[in-house]
Ligand binder design. Structure first.
Ligand code: LIP
Length: 258
């Protein structure tokens, strides 16, 4: 299944690339949440191909009405993760596809066609970037850890969310090496998987932002949890906390402090 998925996702990558370099019309789903005809076009392309090839799976996708789709044997699609980057030609943008069997992680693929980086993992088989095996960093000292995060779209409308973001950054920044905000949750998780970042956290993400990246990170030896350190539940948890495992407790402790 993974090879077929990759073939289709690479084809869809050509559409993303074409859109990235062209002049685009932008629409708003919410005050800060963008969408283009490419998000919809790539999603439709993937949905059509996946439903032909993988009839035993239903499809949950960012730009679709998923209200009647039960999460079980599911392919979860983000046609463009990092849409703001895509629109502004920041090259950290990707297609993210996570496959779940009976709600359990099975295959994750994150493809950035601009940098030609394909991250992939199947549960039990390891994680790879363009065929090179991925491993999380071994750093265990939080003060030396490079942490990544993201800012929720709700920061434009919800004062509590905005204040929470600022409080946590204010507390964590002096206590770690530094903080990055790259703009694609799927790629952020892959960057923890390849050892670039020691940790990553963000609030208010949707299942399609993280469904593939979390499988890739787990297969690279990383750890993922909710803010209280319990198992992260797709579609349910407000916060995702991800790390190389070695700094996980410290990251949670520092996030919970504020
Ligand atoms: C985005 C994320 C980004 C996050 C945004 C948003 P989109 O996904 O990947 O990192 O900070 O809140 O969820 O909308 O580009 O697919």
């Amino acid at each position: 299944m993974k090879e077929k998925l990759k073939h289709i996702i690479k084809e869809a990558g050509e559409l993303l690339k074409e859109g990235y370099f062209s002049k685009k019309e932008v629409n708003f789903k919410a005050k800060k949440d963008l969408v283009t005809k490419y998000d919809v076009g790539i999603e439709n392309f993937l949905k059509e191909k996946f439903s032909e090839e993988f009839k035993e799976f239903n499809i949950i996708a960012e730009e679709s009405d998923n209200s009647n789709v039960e999460f079980k044997d599911s392919i979860i699609i983000d046609p463009i993760d990092g849409t703001t980057n895509f629109v502004n030609k920041v090259p950290h943008t990707c297609i993210s596809v996570g496959v779940y069997k009976d709600k359990k992680p099975y295959i994750g693929i994150v493809y950035n066609p601009i940098l030609d980086e394909l991250y992939e993992a199947q549960v039990g088989c390891g994680a790879f970037l363009n065929k090179e095996k991925l491993e999380v960093s071994k750093e265990g000292d939080f003060q030396k850890a490079l942490i990544s995060t993201g800012f929720p779209y709700t920061s434009g409308t919800n004062k509590d969310d905005l204040e929470d973001v600022i409080r946590k950054i204010e507390y964590i920044l002096p206590r770690c090496q530094d903080i990055r905000r790259l703009g694609s949750a799927a790629i952020d998780l892959c960057y923890v998987a390849k050892g670039t970042y020691e940790g990553y956290y963000e609030m208010n993400l949707k299942a399609w932002d993280v469904s593939a990246g979390l499988i890739i990170l787990q297969e690279a030896g990383g750890e993922i949890s909710s803010l209280d350190g319990n198992e992260y539940k797709l579609f349910e948890d407000k916060y995702i906390v991800a790390s190389n495992g070695h700094i996980h407790n410290a990251l949670i402790k520092n996030l919970m402090a504020k």
